[in-house]
Design a protein around this ligand. Structure first.
Ligand code: MG
Ligand code: MG
Length: 271
């Protein structure tokens, strides 16, 4: 059995520091996500920003990934490689970002609208983000991995969306991907039990249509099998005093987008 790598309070604060660098990076990128901008340009901005904050890009070189950001537009699910194709009005772009500081990783993601998007696609983004909070709410003492997966799956499937099976959330710490695996589907009461000191990345990857995906020949890019859009939102969460404590925040993004929300408030125990 693999180690759960439970974290001390000090270690959780270091993960929070790395996670907040990612949160700020995504906030910085929010103003830059516009029609005509290339994902390579955004990638360069993010790398500079992360290094200026005393951290290293968490994904660059990890499993030989070539860039700082995973940039997955439209039908791409995750792990897209930045390129010189400009974003266009009506696209969505999932940006996944990692940072490494003091030996600990932060890792989270947000799916942005490029200009005006269709109401159908907007709904996919809203439901996927809401499902992330459904999952986080289930990350509590005496619950199990399957409870988080069930919460996300049950919520998203009630909208007719497909929940990706092949890619999952994970434990987080000195290693980007630790135990336990955190699937976005599951059965209540199944899997590893949650205990204080666990730190996880919960990251629903939700498709407008089928849950089935295709892996592309570059070894990275993953798209939906029916080429309908896919959304991805991710947070980093510690289990503290039996409750989920959010280490990352979308507050910097919301500030730029003018979104007023209290969606994170219930998961702020100490701040
Ligand atoms: Mg990620
Ligand atoms: Mg992750």
């Amino acid at each position: 059995m693999k180690m759960l790598n439970l974290k001390t309070a000090e270690e959780i604060e270091l993960i929070r520091e790395s996670a907040l660098i990612v949160s700020k990076t995504l906030g910085m990128l929010t103003t830059e996500v516009q029609p005509g901008v290339t994902t390579l340009h955004l990638d360069a901005l993010a790398e500079t920003f992360i290094r200026d904050h005393g951290a290293e890009p968490g994904f660059l070189g990890l499993y030989d990934f070539p860039n700082t950001l995973c940039m997955s537009p439209n039908e791409q699910v995750v792990h897209g490689i930045p390129n010189d194709t400009p974003l266009k009005e009506g696209d969505i772009i999932s940006i996944d970002c990692g940072a490494l500081k003091n030996g600990f990783y932060g890792d989270h993601a947000y799916t942005f609208a490029v200009g005006e998007i269709s109401s159908k696609t907007q709904k996919l983004l809203e439901v996927t983000k809401a499902s992330l909070y459904e999952g986080i709410r289930a990350f509590k003492k005496n619950n199990r991995v399957g409870d988080v997966g069930f919460a996300i799956q049950n919520y998203c499937e009630s909208f007719g969306y497909g929940v990706v099976r092949e890619l999952v959330g994970h434990g987080l710490g000195r290693v980007m991907h630790e135990e336990p695996e955190m699937p976005n589907y599951g059965r209540r009461g199944r899997g590893k039990k949650f205990v204080d000191g666990m730190v996880v990345a919960i990251e629903p990857m939700i498709n407008m249509g089928t849950h089935r995906i295709k892996q592309h020949s570059d070894g990275w890019t993953i798209t939906t099998k029916d080429n309908l859009p896919s959304a991805h939102f991710e947070h980093n969460i510690a289990l503290v005093d039996g409750k989920p404590e959010l280490l990352s925040t979308f507050a910097y993004i919301n500030e730029v987008l003018g979104i007023e929300t209290d969606e994170e408030v219930e998961f702020r125990i100490r701040k």
